[in-house]
Design a protein. Structure first.
Length: 122
């Protein structure tokens, strides 16, 4: 498993190092963009978030508990654990349909505050 994680980390860094990303290319996805996106785009977004969470968890290694106070990673990993990508899409669709006043709220914020945090076992 550690070998696979190391290989995944190396692949991500190789991909990022060859990309010509700049600030103008990056967008914080909010409800406006979410509701205008196809199901495939929504699933891709969530797969990307999931991959980054797993990468952060793997990179933290033995220090995973130490990041608990300063990172959204443990909250998202634990609070969304067991929820399928398909169900996350449905829940986010429902959230934005029921809260049209929050259409500028970032999807990652909804995932964190409205979906993951309430599911944590304190």
């Amino acid at each position: 498993m550690k070998k696979l994680s190391a290989l995944l980390i190396a692949a991500v860094f190789a991909l990022l190092s060859t990309s010509a990303w700049c600030a103008e290319d990056l967008e914080i996805i909010n409800g406006e963009r979410w509701v205008a996106s196809s199901v495939e785009q929504k699933r891709s977004y969530l797969f990307g978030v999931g991959n980054m969470l797993e990468l952060e968890e793997a990179m933290a290694g033995k220090d995973y508990e130490a990041i608990r106070k300063n990172s959204i990673v443990p909250v998202l990993l634990e609070g969304l654990s067991g929820i399928s990508i398909a169900d996350l899409v449905l829940q986010l669709d429902k959230y934005y349909a029921e809260h049209p006043q929050n259409k500028t709220k970032p999807v990652i914020e909804v995932l964190y505050l409205d979906m993951a945090k309430p599911n944590l076992k304190h």
